[in-house]
Design a protein around this ligand. Sequence first.
Ligand code: PGA
Length: 235
Amino acid sequence: MKPLIVANWKCSPVTLREAKRLFDSIKKGVRDVKNVEVVICPPFVYLPILGASSFARQRASYGGLALGSQNCFWEEKGAFTGEVSPVMLKDLGCEYVIIGHSERRKYFSETDSMVNKKIKIALKNDLNPILCIDKISQIKKGIKGIPKGEVKKVIVAYEPLWAIGTGMACGFKEAKKFNFSIRKILGGKNSVLYGGSVNSQNAKAYIKEAGFQGLLVGGISLKAKEFVKVVKVVA
Ligand code: PGA
């Protein structure tokens, strides 16, 4: 299986011009990298513009970038002011959706039961959910009530809170232990990603030494050169 490298741009960049430039630089940088699945998760507002790029839509033939969103609502449509439906995301060419990121849990009070509803609606709409956790207990709550055959489609991102945006990445041995426990709970069939201060120096070891199937990259994904390096070192 190809390593999965997910760029979480969070609430940046603040202009469309910068977003396009960043997307294009990454696209160019990873053009020849065929054996890594690269997913860009920009802010919602940029999705239709970046998704309209033929590169994103026809990526199968280019081996290029996939699009993901940083969140989605748990209903498909209706009177829910300010929310974004998974059906809309799918329609714009999104293939992945990050769910339950620690910043959503912290600043927007997302609970495990909200996260669970979002995972279910993402699966229903054929979006690959990336369930973010920093505690093992969040896994079972996140996948509650999901049939076994569907559970294996859930990608889990282990992101220790203290490692996010701090420059203090989790040690490989400790990360490996968590990876092992997560895989055990899920029956060994799911992709598990590591996230938290990933950079081009530590990226490879999470895949090769700690056995993760990919990485969730925040800060560094806003620096095209450095992000492309991350992709290349795991290729
Ligand atoms: P970071 O963020 O790479 O800036 O630590 C990771 C994340 O929040 O997904």
